[in-house]
Design a protein around this ligand. Structure first.
Ligand code: NAD
Ligand code: UGA
Length: 470
């Protein structure tokens, strides 16, 4: 039986390997991690991440050909293909801090692979890494002096959270980059054979290593750029009386532009868009391409602008101060159908409002109170580094935060209501009931365009919705 091991049991490692195990009963898949609680959760009834459809797949395969373990070295040494799907956050200190990818976790995984391997292996970059990382990894692996040879492949992951299982089941494409040598090509074919169990051949693209590494950063940069572009338009819509949804629909009808990913919002979040663009910016700067770096930097700057514009709108609408006013925040996750809060725009919006001494009452169907409090007391870029596992000193402003069990509790006696995640349940709320229990005038600030502006205005709310006529 072919054995696969994946280092890193996170949002990518867990779902990706579960799908491989489901589709390839002839392959044994071990997902390993240094985090004991994370592995324990993968082996329990309550998985460590919420992802529609994931539970069913894990339950079908676990203990059959899918295993979760902290015995990293054992499973790595037994595997023929080792995926590395560890986190690659933005560096917080040293050279390139605030931009460059921190490859500490990747490097320690590579050193461990070199140390424990007794047979030849294919090592697959699943994490998103700077272009040319494979070269550095090759150098680390070649220090194995037991006559073992390694082939490095780049196989970036394109899944989006909330739709991960669908994305993995029917991917737009699977990308595999390898060395253009006979051994490199053989390794590419071996990985291709794994995906060919369920992905049509014409959707499995093979390229050289550097194209595959760079394509991942490029894809995220293009996607994020689209959001910043429509968000830039949303500001202009508000100033001119145009409606951003109508503009998005009209331009999306052009098949060269396409209709997807044009929803104006309070800003994009998630663990990757900002980090990967900053990483791209850093790579451009290192290659002396300053104008190109500045071009991509704008995508992140417009995103920051959009988040602060939202906060300013809330404060200025509520008579230039929110001090002591209760503001309900509906949604904290960075998008619907996930409990993930990494880089969620809600953090910046809440911190902005707390800066003006608002009293926040936050509700999210999937995010725990502990997570919300942790997120609001963390420094930017710190969230994906191990010091977060240490207890935090909660700042004074976090005492201004209450976490509610539902939208009705959150909005009771509130002066304003901010919608920050597009959860379906926020479309179906009884806004009449909410209006009755709020202070008057009652404000709605919809950062996701989920509420029906006309209906809400009819009820009596003062409504601000991103990119809609005021
Ligand atoms: P994650 O933080 O959820 O998971 C990473 C895991 O790696 C953690 O559980 C951590 O404990 C483990 N780890 C770190 N160092 C280790 C080591 N030396 N040995 C064993 N385990 C180790 O991260 P994620 O969201 O799964 O992302 C992983 C990579 O995939 C990142 O590079 C990210 O950019 C990329 N990516 C993420 C997504 C996404 O939707 N989250 C999508 C595509 C690509
Ligand atoms: C994104 C990409 O879509 C994936 O292809 C990629 O693999 C992944 O990043 C990654 O590398 O981590 P993800 O961040 O999970 O996936 O979710 P998206 O659906 O892309 O949403 C990202 C953010 O953009 C969310 O905050 C979302 O609300 C926002 N968004 C998305 C908008 O504001 N408007 C849109 O039209 C679409």
């Amino acid at each position: 039986m072919v054995k696969i091991c994946c280092i890193g049991a996170g949002y990518v490692g867990g779902p990706t390997m579960a799908m491989i195990a489901l589709k390839c009963p002839d392959i044994e898949v071990a997902v390993v991690d240094i985090s004991v609680p994370r592995i324990a959760a993968w082996n329990s009834e309550v998985l460590p991440i919420f992802e529609p459809g994931l539970d069913e797949v894990v339950k079908a395969c676990r203990s059959r050909n899918l295993f979760f373990s902290t015995d990293v070295e054992k499973h790595v040494s037994e595997a023929g293909i080792v995926f590395v799907s560890v986190n690659t956050p933005t560096k917080t200190r040293g050279l390139g801090a605030g931009k460059a990818a921190d490859l500490t976790y990747w490097e320690s995984a590579a050193r461990m692979i070199a140390d424990v391997s007794k047979s030849d292996k294919i090592v697959v970059e699943k994490s998103t890494v700077p272009v040319k990382t494979a070269e550095a990894i090759e150098k680390i692996l070649s220090h194995n002096n037991k006559g073992v040879s390694f082939q490095i492949l780049s196989n970036p992951e394109f899944l989006a959270e909330g739709t991960a299982m669908e994305d993995l089941k029917s991917p737009d494409r699977v990308l595999i980059g390898g060395r253009e040598t006979p051994a490199g090509r053989k390794a590419v074919q071996a990985l291709k054979a794994v995906y060919a169990h369920w992905v049509p051949e014409d959707r499995i693209l093979t390229t050289n290593l550097w194209s595959a590494e760079l394509s991942k950063l490029a894809a995220n940069a293009f996607l994020a750029q689209r959001i910043s572009s429509i968000n830039a338009m949303s500001a202009l819509c508000e100033s001119t009386g145009a409606d951003v949804a109508e503009v998005a629909y009209a331009i999306g009808k052009d098949s060269r532009i396409g209709s997807r990913f044009l929803n104006a919002s309070v800003g994009f979040g998630g663990s990757c868009f900002q980090k990967d663009i900053l990483n791209l910016v850093y790579i451009c700067e290192c290659n002396g391409l300053i104008d190109i770096a500045n071009y991509w930097k704008q995508v992140v700057q417009i995103n920051d602008y959009q988040k602060s514009r939202f906060v300013q709108r809330v404060v200025s609408s509520m008579f230039n101060t929110v001090s002591g006013k209760k503001i309900a925040v509906l949604g904290f996750a960075f998008k619907k159908d996930t409990g993930d809060t990494r880089e969620t725009p809600a953090i910046d919006v809440c911190n902005g409002l707390l800066g003006d001494k608002a009293l926040l009452s936050i509700y999210d169907p999937q995010v725990t109170e502990q997570q919300i409090r942790r997120d609001l007391s963390m420094n930017k870029f710190d969230w994906d580094h191990p010091q977060h596992l240490q207890p935090l000193n909660l700042s004074d402003s976090v005492n201004l935060v209450q976490v509610s069990k539902d939208a009705y509790e959150a909005t009771k006696n509130a002066h304003g209501l901010c919608i920050l995640t597009e959860w379906d349940e926020f479309r179906k709320l009884d806004y009449q009931k909410i209006y009755q229990q709020m202070q008057k005038p009652a404000f709605v600030f919809d950062g996701r365009n989920v509420a029906n502006v006309v209906e809400l205005r009819k009820i009596g709310f003062i409504v601000y919705s991103i990119g809609k006529p005021l």
